[in-house]
Design a protein around this ligand. Structure first.
Ligand code: AHM
Ligand code: MG
Length: 339
């Protein structure tokens, strides 16, 4: 049987680009290695002392679970060892982490990461994930700064996620399409299983936490009603699917065809999800899979971030579905435009 590993695939792809130095290849490989360690712990999560709170509060004011801490440490360790990354911006750390050992200090990439997203789902064995963004640093040499992270998503050189689900899948893009790899647990390798991922036509899933309905902008309320109307020609009513783990919701919608929405609300005008390491990777992947990502008014990848942990509303999925949601936002909720 012929199969292709993640490492082999990345090396092969990089070799196709003249001038490619192999640094991004090594960096993506390091992320894949850390993901295997996280996967091992996620799979053992019910077994004892991995469960529960680590007793720390993260920068978003949420209690950290032990696995969040573990995952954060794994990705930091792998990226530090790898030497291709000079700084990390993590959901778990208020400030950027400077990797200033001899080999990392002058590395050309910075990584923004949510090491373990959806971690409130761990205790109930529901899928969770890692999301990551890779930027070329802006400063040329020396110690990285926050400016290296405050770049719009259109500057991304790579982004992806790892889904720790019924199987473990790593999906990434470097701007040349989207490819997915499934972890073969007995040999410990990610194997190419989803080459050239594209949103299927005729998607009919919408994913949103409808419990927040009363706080939704009128445009979102109208869009949700639109999803629920009866119209055979557009496969409506759609189905609603909401796991509450962004990676799992996004991955299912990419495969089955659906829109994922975490909107602004009257309580949180910026929405909930973080621009740099949640919205941007999803947006880059969506565009590369033939879809679209918007905050209701603007392309997510064009938003100029002002701070590391900034939030943004997001509508992401097949282009026709996101276009329709934008239409409702612009018609009924222009006061929610952020920039
Ligand atoms: P987290 O970073 O604290 O894990 O929160 C992010 C998660 C996403 O995975 C998910 O899409 C969203 O929060 C769900 O939020 P809600 O429970 O408000 O629907
Ligand atoms: Mg998160």
């Amino acid at each position: 049987m012929k199969f292709q590993t993640l490492t082999g695939f990345i090396v092969e792809k990089q070799a196709e680009y003249p001038g490619a130095s192999g640094e991004l290849t090594r960096l993506l490989n390091d992320i894949g290695t850390a993901a295997k360690f996280v996967n091992r712990e996620v799979n053992r999560a019910g077994l004892g002392d991995v469960m529960g709170y680590a007793g720390e509060i993260n920068v978003q004011g949420e209690e950290q679970k032990k696995l969040d801490v573990f995952a954060n440490e794994q990705f930091i360790a792998a990226l530090t060892d790898g030497g291709q990354c000079c700084a990390i911006g993590s959901e778990e750390n208020e400030e950027i982490i400077i990797l200033d050992n001899a080999h990392s200090k002058h590395a050309k990439y910075v990584v923004a990461i949510d090491p373990l997203d959806g971690s409130s789902n761990i205790e109930s064995n529901v899928s969770i994930g890692t999301l990551f963004s890779v930027y070329l640093r802006r400063t040329v040499r020396g110690i990285a700064t926050i400016e290296d992270f405050l770049q719009p998503g259109r500057n991304l050189v790579a982004a992806g996620y790892v889904l720790y689900g019924s199987s473990t899948v790593l999906v990434y893009t470097t701007g040349y399409g989207v490819n997915g790899f499934t972890l073969e647990p007995s040999v410990g390798s990610f194997i190419l299983s989803h080459p050239g991922m594209k949103y299927p036509k005729g998607g009919n899933i919408y994913s949103i936490n409808e419990a927040n309905y009363i706080y939704f902008p009128e445009g979102v309320k109208q869009y949700v009603r639109y999803c629920q109307e009866d119209d055979k020609s557009t496969s409506r009513p759609y189905s609603t699917r909401y796991i509450g783990s962004m990676v799992a919701d996004f991955h299912r919608n990419l495969i089955r065809g659906g829109i994922f929405i975490y909107p602004a609300t009257t309580k949180n005008k910026q929405g909930k999800l973080r621009l740099l390491y949640e919205c941007n990777p999803a947006a880059f992947l969506a565009e590369q899979a033939g879809g679209k990502a918007s905050d209701g008014f603007r392309r997510i990848l064009d938003i100029q971030p002002k701070e590391l942990h900034e939030r943004a509303p997001i509508f992401v999925g097949p282009t026709n579905m996101v276009d329709k949601a934008e239409e409702f936002m612009q018609k009924y909720s222009p006061e929610f435009r952020l920039g």
